[in-house]
Design a protein around this ligand. Structure first.
Ligand code: PGA
Length: 258
C-alpha cells in the first residue's frame, strides 16, 4: 500500500488568540488543493475543537497527551480519549521542546515517558507523530548511537503493525526554530531515513509496511523539493505552518512531487 505524503503543521504555543487561529486555519483550508497529500494542523489544545468545525479538509492533531488515559485527578493534563472525542487524529510525541535536557525543558520527558504516551495514543486510535533527533553531530558519528537508543527505547514493546501506523519525524535539534544552526541537507535526511529503517527492521522486524518517515526542522517552501527528492514522506513544519502562503506552497510542492 502506498501511503500519502503528509504535511503536518506544529503551531507550538501560537497564535495568541482564537481569532488569529481561525484566520490562519481558514486561510489554509479554503485554499487547499490537495489530492495526493494529507494535511494536518496541531494547534494548542484550546483551539482544537473550534478549528475542527471550520473544515474537514485539514486533519487535526494535538501536541501532547497525558501519561494517563480517560479522566482523573491530573491537574493541567488532557487525555488521549478526550482528544478522540473532539475528533483529533494525530498527536505529536517526543518533540525535543518537551524532552529532558535540550532547548527549554518544560516538562522533561524521558524516552520511557514518550514510550508510554505512544502506547496510550495507539490504544486510543490516535496516530502518534513520533519525533526523534540528535542535539548535535560529532565527527565520530556517536550521535548515531544516541539515535538508536532513542528510537529503541521510545518504541519498546510496540508491535510492528502499530509502528507501521505511526509517523516518524526526524527532527535534528540543531535544525529547529529561529536559532537553528542550519537546516539538515536532503542527503543527511536520506542517510537518517535508511538508518531508521534498518533499526525498525533489525529490532522490530518491520520488513514491509515501513511507517512514513518525514523531516522537520526549518522546513521552508524553498527547501522541500530537495527532501522530497531524497524520499521524504512529508514534513513537520513549525514556523512556516503559521504563514498561510508558505504552508500552502509547501503542500503544493508535495502534491507535484510524484
Ligand atoms: P521549525 O520547527 O520549522 O520552526 O524549525 C519545527 C518543529 O519544531 O517541529
Amino acid at each position: 500500500m502506498i501511503l500519502k505524503k503528509i504535511i503536518i503543521g506544529n503551531w507550538k504555543m501560537n497564535p495568541l488568540t482564537m481569532k488569529e487561529a481561525e484566520k490562519i486555519f481558514s486561510g489554509i483550508s479554503k485554499n487547499l488543493k490537495n489530492k495526493k497529500t494529507e494535511v494536518a494542523i496541531c494547534p494548542p489544545f484550546l483551539y482544537l475543537e473550534k478549528l475542527g468545525k471550520i473544515s474537514k479538509k485539514v486533519s487535526l492533531g494535538a501536541q501532547n497527551i497525558c501519561l494517563e488515559n480517560g479522566v482523573g485527578s491530573y491537574t493541567g493534563e488532557v487525555s488521549a480519549e478526550m482528544l478522540i472525542n473532539i475528533k483529533a487524529k494525530y498527536v505529536i510525541l517526543g518533540h525535543s521542546e518537551r524532552r529532558a535536557g535540550v532547548l527549554a525543558p518544560l516538562s522533561g520527558e524521558s524516552n520511557q515517558d514518550v514510550n508510554k504516551k505512544i502506547k496510550m495514543a495507539l490504544d486510543s486510535s490516535l496516530v502518534p507523530v513520533f519525533c526523534f533527533g540528535e542535539n548535535e553531530r560529532d565527527e565520530n558519528h556517536e550521535y548515531l548511537i544516541f539515535i538508536k537508543k532513542q528510537i529503541e527505547e521510545c518504541l519498546e514493546k510496540i508491535s510492528k503493525e502499530n509502528i507501521s501506523r505511526m509517523i516518524i519525524a526526524y527532527e535534528p535539534i540543531w535544525a529547529i526554530g529561529k536559532n537553528a544552526k542550519r537546516e539538515a541537507t536532503p542527503a543527511e535526511f536520506r542517510e537518517m531515513s535508511i538508518y531508521v529503517k534498518k533499526i525498525l527492521s533489525d529490532k522490530f522486524g518491520i520488513k514491509i509496511n515501513m511507517p512514513r518517515i518525514i523531516y522537520g526542522g526549518s522546513v521552508h517552501p524553498e527547501n522541500v523539493q530537495g527532501f522530497l527528492a531524497e524520499g521524504a514522506d512529508g514534513f513537520l513544519v513549525g514556523r512556516d505552518s503559521l504563514d498561510v502562503k508558505k504552508f500552502l506552497s509547501i503542500v503544493s510542492s508535495a502534491e507535484t512531487n510524484f
